[in-house]
Design a protein around this ligand. Structure first.
Ligand SMILES: C[S@@+](CC[C@H](N)C(=O)[O-])C[C@H]1O[C@@H](n2cnc3c(N)ncnc32)[C@H](O)[C@@H]1O
Length: 298
């Protein structure tokens, strides 16, 4: 276990932690040391420097060393802390939930624009967040529009428990129904919007994932089937049956999946209306609109 000497100031403890994480091959040693020390001291990460001369009590140094050891062994820093900031809220994590990622905030932004238009036109918005995990997408959207309501759907009861707690914390639980279902099976419409960041890693790519993802994010949150596209087939078929004509479906995708996912949604009568790129210039979010007729095109 890393050794953090007792009697050091916060500033020296922070640097000692960063040195140990750097030596262990951690990508972001300074940031992670700060996040973990702030957790131990009960401070916000930005507050560590303002009182950097304070002495860290021996018991806290020992607890900090224990957290550093977990981080050095490859456990992601937010898993250790048990929560992660996403969009405008902080989300509790559990072993059954994916850690919400910054890329997914792009989906929330796209959905926000679509919802603003729906709410302006109809006064409300009924949405489904499919594969809700921590509830990050549904909770973020419900907090933006107080006449919106959501089904937050997941196959994992453990994830749904965490999503319910996150909805409570954000004050939106009375407008979010957390439901266990296989994608949209059995969900009643009509709905104004479907959003999803589903599992989309192909079996071939799972082996190549970073150790921190593979070993710490739950398998059902990653496994998109043999070609990574199983969820989009289920989502497009389900969404076609419950979205109102012309309503949007907005999904996050993996690298290189844009053409395949577009073809899958087109086969269910959806037209692509936007492809939004992430900071690495990869298409990350696709927005579709359901055709005006409810009939299956094929
Ligand atoms: C990539 S994670 C996304 C979690 C969250 N929406 C986010 O963006 O942080 C995919 C989620 O889909 C759920 N899931 C996997 N298979 C499912 C299925 N057949 N039906 C519903 N949800 C499923 C997983 O449990 C996981 O919570």
């Amino acid at each position: 276990m890393p050794d953090v000497p007792a009697g050091l100031t916060r500033g020296d403890t922070l640097r000692a932690g960063a040195r140990q994480l750097r030596a262990a091959g951690c990508d972001t040693p300074d940031l992670d040391s700060r996040l973990l020390l702030a957790e131990i001291c009960g401070l916000r990460p930005g507050e560590i420097h303002s009182a950097s001369g304070a002495i860290v009590p021996a018991a806290d140094a020992e607890r900090f060393a224990a957290l550093l050891a977990r981080r050095a062994a490859g456990e992601p820093v937010h898993r250790i802390i048990g929560r992660r900031a996403f969009y405008e809220h902080e989300f509790l994590l559990s072993p059954d939930t994916l850690e919400p990622r910054p890329d997914t905030e792009i989906l929330v932004e796209e959905a926000r624009k679509a919802m603003a238009e729906i709410v302006a036109r109809t006064g409300a918005c009924r949405l489904a967040d499919v594969g809700t995990g921590t509830g990050a997408i549904a909770v973020s959207l419900l907090a933006l529009f107080d006449t919106a309501t959501a089904f937050a759907i997941d196959i994992s009861e453990g994830a749904l428990e965490t999503a319910r707690r996150n909805a409570e914390a954000a004050g939106v639980a009375d407008r979010m129904l957390a439901l266990r279902a296989n994608y949209l099976d059995g969900i009643g419409g009509p709905l104004d919007l479907v959003v999803s960041n589903p599992p989309y890693i192909s079996h071939r790519d799972i082996a190549a994932l970073a150790r921190e993802v593979r070993d710490h994010d739950p398998w059902p949150a990653l496994d998109g089937g043999p070609d990574g596209l199983d969820a989009y087939r289920a989502l497009s078929a389900g969404a076609r049956g419950i979205l109102t004509p012309g309503a949007p479906a907005i999904v996050e995708i993996g690298e290189g999946q844009a053409d395949d996912v577009t073809a899958i949604f087109a086969a269910e009568g959806f037209s692509r209306i936007a492809a939004t790129r992430d900071l690495g210039d990869r298409i990350r979010v696709l927005s579709f609109r359901r055709g005006d007729s409810g009939a299956h095109p094929g």
